[in-house]
Each structure stands twice: as C-alpha cells, then as structure tokens.
Design a protein. Structure first.
Length: 186
C-alpha cells in the first residue's frame, strides 16, 4: 500500500469516518505484519513471540491513543517503530533475565537493519546504547528507531521527524559510528 491511502485513511479516521477507521486498521495491520515478520526472521533464540503477538502488543500500546495524534503514514510508522522496540526489549528482558553472560556481542548496523540475527542479549545491549544516545540526542535515537525497528527509508524518516534527508543521513552515520565504537569496546 502506498503512503497516500494510509494518510487519507488517517484523515478520514480523524473526522470520525468509521469506514475509514476500519480500513485504516486493516491497512496498517498488513504493513505492521510485514515489518514484524522482518524482525522475527532476525530473532535468534526463543520463538514464542510470533509475528501476530508482536503486532498485537504494538496495538495494545496504541490502545487509548487518539487516532488524530498521527499526522500521516510516516508519523504512524515512526511511532510504531518505537513501540516495536519497546515490545521487543521488554520481551528480551523477560527471556534473558539472569541469563546474561560475558559472551561477545556481534551486532552491526547495516542500511536500515540489524545485521544478521539478534539474540535477546544483543537486543538488550542495543537498547542500552540507544537509551544513552537518547539522553544525549533524542532526535538521533528516533532516527535509529525508525531505520532499524521501522525499516523506514531516509526520506520516510525525514518526513516523519520533520527534518531534511541530509540531517537524517548525518544522524544515521553518527549514531551508527557511535554504536559500532561502543560495541567494539565491549
């Protein structure tokens, strides 16, 4: 589905159009399902959090939120990216409680993905780094969330965060280098 129909459905839902709201949830569900499948393919270890469970957890995070809070498709998916990160981190924390060891981490950030596969411990380590980045530069953290957890392009991130594509590229490069340095140091 292209970005325009979801944006139009969001506008209809804001106006109270019930048919638009139902169509919106069907449309975003399908796109979130693709995104969640992508995350599941990269997940190593316990497979009890399936694609459907991940999507439903994201929808639960959105429950009670006014649909009018989302300006357009990219804003919705930027918010969904952050929610997906939170769900996966919470899941990893529950799965990895007490299991953390001195194993070497093997995470690299490639263009808009967590390269190869990510274990629960590696996801927690990445979350810790993102939390530190967020304290230093919240916008940089949002860029990483949108690219890594949302699978968004440079242009989509720029639109979602209301910044230029050049700024997204610069923040992405800085964050990637920072994450790589910190992971290499561990």
């Amino acid at each position: 589905m292209t970005s325009e129909p979801i944006t139009l459905l969001l506008a209809g839902a804001r106006r109270g159009d019930i048919a638009a709201t139902e169509a919106l949830f069907s449309a975003v569900y399908a796109e979130l399902q693709k995104l969640a499948r992508s995350h599941r393919r990269r997940w190593r270890g316990n497979d009890t959090m399936n694609t459907t469970a991940l999507i439903h957890e994201v929808f639960l995070k959105f429950s009670g939120q006014d649909i009018g809070d989302f300006a357009n498709r990219t804003h919705f998916f930027a918010t969904a990216s952050k929610a997906m990160r939170q769900v996966l981190v919470n899941y990893a924390q529950r799965q990895g409680a007490g299991k953390r060891g001195g194993q070497a981490m093997h995470i690299t950030l490639e263009e808009a993905t967590i390269a190869s596969q990510v274990s629960a411990n590696e996801l927690l380590d990445l979350h810790g780094l993102l939390s530190r980045i967020e304290m230093e530069n919240p916008r940089r953290c949002r860029v990483v969330e949108c690219r890594v957890f949302g699978g968004m392009t440079i242009e989509e991130v720029a639109e979602a965060l209301s910044i230029s594509p050049a700024t997204v590229k610069r923040e992405w490069q800085i964050a990637s280098a920072q994450i790589y340095r910190e992971l290499e140091a561990n």
